[in-house]
Design a protein around this ligand. Sequence first.
Ligand code: ATP
Ligand code: MG
Length: 254
Amino acid sequence: MTKVISLFNQAGGVAKTTTAQNLGYHLSLRQHRVLLVDIDPQASLTTFMGLEPSDLEKTIYSALVSEEDDEPVPIHQDVHGMDLAPANILLANAEQELIFAELREFRLKEVLSPLLDNYDFILIDCPPSLGILSQISLVASTHVLVPIQCQFKALKGTDSLLKTVARVQRKLNRSLKIAGFFPTMYSANNSLDQRTLESIREQLSPIVTIFTPLPRATAVAEAAEYGKPLALCPNKNPAILHIFDEIAIAMEEI
Ligand SMILES: Nc1ncnc2c1ncn2[C@@H]1O[C@H](COP(=O)(O)OP(=O)(O)OP(=O)(O)O)[C@@H](O)[C@H]1O
Ligand SMILES: [Mg+2]
């Protein structure tokens, strides 16, 4: 069964896209067939993978808003060992255009369904919002993985995040599971980060898995600029690669 995992958190800049890209790459290293889906109009994942969003004629948007039932999701094959369904800024229109679409909540699930047999993992990189694009991602997913920044306000948004997931589980996707929370941007020598990580563990570990935190490291930000997963960049960071490996193994077991 294909695992469809949404990287979801309405907070911005918490490493959703970074996680989608690098987790995807480490799953592909483990011989899994991986599709990355960019469902964020900012198109960061598309950029992080080395494509120029404004050059793309067809993106996930074309399939989402098409009146034809069989408009395929445009896929770029074998981009750093993964397939990519890219996005660009046009996707911002989908929010409006889907308002009146019939069964709009199921639109992404519907367009991804013919692809399920081709992949072991589909990772959906959500935008930083609780809007329709995140909602259709959660409806299309079997699991949700939540990157959460180790900063003091991190836990503030958790309530509305968990409520959103619960609402989707109740009304639209009963089988949606939380794969876990992935603390990110962690500086081990910063006492505030340490305290935040402790609070995250204290409050959330009774209900969800909390993975090993991803340290803050220049190499991660640099990789985004290179347009490649960290493992393919000159300045690798073995400790961080190990964490992505660990989380890839965990995703095999969910
Ligand atoms: N561990 C890290 N250390 C240093 N920089 C990082 C780390 N993880 C991510 N970054 C950088 O932080 C920025 C935000 O990361 P990313 O784009 O993955 O977050 P996001 O949650 O997808 O953001 P958005 O909400 O805008 O979609 C990027 O420039 C990224 O390269
Ligand atoms: Mg992002």
